[in-house]
Design a protein. Structure first.
Length: 143
């Protein structure tokens, strides 16, 4: 099976956690590319959310991870794109259902909300759960 390609980015609020999650996903064998930000200096989350969304829309990456302070600004920005279904998640049940029922392609979370241990479990669940298709596809087509 082809390796999943994951685009990851954050603003300053998610910068440190992004580094940890980037390494974690890389060590798991995924193809991962970091689209910034590259420091803790204050920056604007929409710039980084859009970079990741464009990569997915253009077919360069399969899925995205966006981290800011809360995960909310990233989620709001990403969902402005028709082809993106972004979910801000802080528990593993939602991470699983976002994939199984909603075919989410972008995961967002807040570095000020979830710790590293939970963030790792959330990404594991998200990237290891397949979309169930069937009745859920019909509902996605209705969005
Ligand atoms: C930055 O302070 C913060 O507003 C940002 O990281 C994010 O939480 C916005 O949704």
């Amino acid at each position: 099976m082809e390796k999943l390609k994951i685009a990851i980015a954050s603003d300053h609020g998610g910068f440190e956690l992004k580094g940890e999650i980037y390494n974690y996903l890389l060590n798991k064998g995924y193809i991962v590319k970091d689209f910034g930000t590259n420091s803790k200096d204050s920056c604007d989350y929409p710039i980084y959310a859009k970079k990741v969304c464009y990569e997915i829309i253009n077919g360069n990456f399969d899925k995205g991870v966006l981290i800011c302070g809360t995960g909310l600004g990233m989620q709001i920005t990403a969902n402005r794109f028709n082809q993106i279904r972004a979910v801000c998640v802080s528990d593993t049940y939602s991470a699983k259902m976002a994939r199984a029922h909603n075919d989410a392609n972008v995961l967002t979370f807040g570095a000020r909300v979830v710790g590293l241990g939970l963030a790792k479990e959330i990404v594991d669940t998200f990237f290891e759960t397949d979309f169930e298709f069937g009745r859920h596809q019909k509902r996605i087509d209705m969005i």
